[in-house]
Design a protein around this ligand. Sequence first.
Ligand SMILES: [Ca+2]
Ligand SMILES: [Ca+2]
Length: 231
Amino acid sequence: MIRSIISVACCLTILSYSTIAASSLVSSTFDSDTDGWSGLTTDGSSAWPVITSGLTPTHSADGVPGGSITLADPDSQWTYFSAPGKFLGDQSAAFGGSLQFDSRYVVAGTSYANEAEIVLKGAGLTLVYEATNSLPAAWTHFDAALVAGTWRVADTFSGAFATDAQLLAVLSSLNALWINAEHFTPVMEVIALDNVSLLSPVPEPEIYSMLLTGFGLLGFMAYRRKTLQAE
Ligand SMILES: [Ca+2]
Ligand SMILES: [Ca+2]
């Protein structure tokens, strides 16, 4: 009895460790090429209209690890990396998970300018995520949770936080995923991007802890019962 309870507890432990790690639903590591990414500029007004599309990023050997892509600021508008089709469409599995990437500047401008790090469009909505006002020269990891209260609707600085329902609607019919390549004034910076990944939610560790504690208690009770019977 005790042995079987211990085996079940061990299995649960192994199960919890194997499922706690969030799995990547789609990713770009840029190890050999630009993986279909492009670039664009927008004027950053409320509808975030595209001013220039079809910019071509450059593949670079400098990544963390492997290659990365870089985009040079082409004009006085806001520049973004634009994700290829594999990141778009129904990405509802990422709801509750996160969007992660690494970025750094390769060439700096004179002073920092501040724009939304990530723009998501879908279901007639535009959501923006603000992460940093000062991208450094060193590779920096960004982890944007895809949960309510972190993304704003339409406007970077004063829009309302997106609700769970709005976020899920956008992720279910995603038609644009842009990552900021505009961090400085004037028109001169070059920004690098690596390891873009949409991740599924991480199961709550507390649930597994509670399950394991429960099994531990059951095992102890069974042990006590057996000991008492033997006495
Ligand atoms: Ca890489
Ligand atoms: Ca600039």
